[in-house]
Design a protein around this ligand. Structure first.
Ligand code: FMN
Length: 173
């Protein structure tokens, strides 16, 4: 099973729009995935689910989206030159052995010019520390605001093509 993670809790994020498109592109390849938006995390999880504590709500989320997943596609917005703090807190709340050896593909999203390439590298270091395998094709999407139409759909043709190619490589991997 594959889980796509939209790695922000910001409402109406462009990251979630890219993650939804990724889900559609995987479906086009005949693969159904789970989509986890970090907006759906229990709001108090950084107190109820850190350092060995576990709430029912958080456990249910792990049981549905994290434990059964063999692969993850993580869509990662650029916040202050890196990935969002909510993602690090989420990773810190999960026992590392759950994800050891699993495969991850990364997509960066920014309104600026860098496509969060630096944040993807920061995140790669952390995922390697957790014993996860990161696909070498890391995809930065820069200037995302110019690629999304008024209905919230990612419509830039070149970006759609590279995203689709990445899903094909990821599914073969
Ligand atoms: C807290 C915060 C920090 C941000 N820092 C950067 C940044 O360093 N560089 C950049 O290009 N965009 C930055 N942005 C803009 C986001 O990259 C932009 O909103 C993009 O759409 C991805 O974020 P989103 O998924 O929340 O929409 C920042 C946005 C927020 C909310």
């Amino acid at each position: 099973m594959i889980t796509i993670i939209s790695a922000t809790n910001r409402p109406n994020s462009n990251t979630l729009k890219v993650a939804q498109k990724y889900s559609q592109l995987m479906e086009k390849q005949g693969v159904k995935s789970e989509l986890l938006s970090l907006e759906s995390l229990p709001h108090d999880f950084i107190f109820t689910d850190m350092y060995g504590k576990r709430s029912d709500n958080f456990q249910q989320l792990l049981d549905k989206c994290i434990i059964p997943a063999q692969k993850f596609a993580i869509v990662v917005p650029e916040y202050n030159g890196s990935y969002a703090g909510i993602l690090k807190s989420f990773l810190d709340a999960i026992p590392p052995e759950i994800n050891k050896g699993k495969k991850v593909v990364l997509i960066g999203v920014s309104s600026g010019r860098a496509g969060n390439i630096r944040g993807l590298d920061h995140l790669t270091s952390v995922l390697h520390h957790l014993g996860m395998h990161v696909h070498p094709n890391k995809l930065p999407i820069s200037s995302v605001l110019s690629m999304i139409d008024s209905d919230g759909n990612l419509v830039d043709e070149k970006t759609l093509l590279v995203l689709e190619n990445q899903t094909i490589e990821f599914l073969k991997w």
